[in-house]
Design a protein. Structure first.
Length: 365
């Protein structure tokens, strides 16, 4: 059962106001090409100087420092052009450096100058991350014009959708390309399961579609699958978590029972055929596991259903099973066959009665 506090309009309004305020702050911190280079120079200088004060860092942080230098040099070659991939790689090195610094032993007494440098480094890294997020949002808006969340994709289909039936509970599947490519009618015949996946979308864009593509369709439940594209675009984990939290609260406020699916693992098994299929660089497995762990805990705390696709699709090495996908990211027919009964079981838990898969089995007897 969902906790009643999730339905509080005041709580929902507060979350939305906070999200708008954070978005406005990020836009205000958008840096130009020259400013980005100067900030990266400052971050690299702070990384190098703080490492000198901590012997263990000087020994272990060399690969991170070198990675930051290479990303900074590549961005300089771009002559001030804002290359999101290079900025993200630099920012990732800086974040890893800070995480490593938190873990290593410090000399005692710890120099005050080194303490100040580390604090400045955190502030500068936060500023770079905010600017990167604002830059990606700006480019998304430019690409899509006024329809940033791609509301037009299903606008006509939504108007043609008949009202839900009491005998056939409606369930909306909201997600990215993994949902978009799932032919639900083949796996769940005779069910009112509505596909509202859009390839390439991140959680913030799905949040923007909650009213038009979910709430207005009056479903009993929603199956949400999203977040992998956020990692590929450098969206911070906390931002993904905030987006999912607001999606959950919007669903609850509209009396929709949310089901949150784990992000699928990825693999590089197909990169020999196509280098573009090297998925683990932009979707690191450790980040996927971190979000899934948070999502599972989030569902347990809120009383939501956690739909665990990950465990069914991961192999012994921690990657997406080679036979379940052809490109290391998107499930093939076998992948969807592994996912379908799990989705059916989760839906059955929230709407009651026999699951869609069980009904199919009974009908074939």
């Amino acid at each position: 059962m969902e906790r009643s506090r999730c339905n509080s309009p005041k709580r929902l309004l507060s979350s939305l106001i906070l999200a708008i305020a954070l978005a406005g702050t990020a836009r205000a911190q958008l840096l130009n090409g020259r400013q980005t280079l100067e900030l990266e120079d400052r971050i690299l200088q702070l990384m190098e100087s703080s490492a000198i004060a901590i012997p263990e860092m000087l020994r272990t942080a060399t690969p991170l420092l070198e990675g930051a230098r290479q990303s900074r040099a590549a961005l300089a070659v771009a002559r001030g052009q804002q290359h999101t991939g290079l900025i993200y790689q630099f920012q990732k090195s800086a974040r890893a450096y800070l995480a490593l610094n938190d873990a290593v032993a410090k000399p005692y007494p710890f120099p005050e100058e080194a303490r100040r440098q580390l604090q400045d480094l955190r502030t500068a890294t936060d500023q770079l991350e905010a600017s990167l997020q604002a830059l990606m949002e700006q480019r998304e808006t430019a690409l899509r014009g006024a329809d940033r969340d791609n509301l037009k994709r299903y606008a006509e289909a939504n108007t043609q959708l008949p009202p839900p039936s009491a005998t056939r509970p409606r369930v909306v599947f909201l997600g990215d390309s993994i949902t978009d490519g799932w032919r639900l009618k083949e796996y769940f015949p005779d069910q009112d399961f509505v596909n509202r996946g859009i390839s390439g979308q991140i959680t913030g864009e799905m949040l923007g579609r909650m009213k038009a593509d979910v709430a207005d369709l009056k479903p009993v439940a929603m199956v949400f699958l999203g977040g992998t594209n956020d990692f590929a675009r450098g969206v911070a984990l906390t931002t993904i978590q905030n987006n999912i939290t607001m999606i959950a609260e919007l669903a609850s406020a509209n009396r929709i029972k949310p089901i949150f699916a784990s992000i699928l693992p990825v693999s590089d098994y197909g990169k020999d055929k196509n280098p573009a299929w090297e998925q683990t660089k932009v979707r690191p497995p450790d980040q996927i596991r971190s979000l899934n762990n948070w999502l599972k805990s989030f569902c347990q705390n809120r009383g939501y259903i956690y739909l665990d696709y990950y465990s069914a699709l991961v192999d012994g090495a921690g990657y997406l099973k080679a036979e379940a996908a052809d490109d290391g990211l998107h499930p093939n027919a076998l992948g969807y066959r592994l996912m379908a009964p799990l989705a059916a079981e989760a839906i059955q838990k929230v709407i009651g009665g026999a699951s869609p898969v069980e009904k199919r089995k009974r009908g074939s007897r």
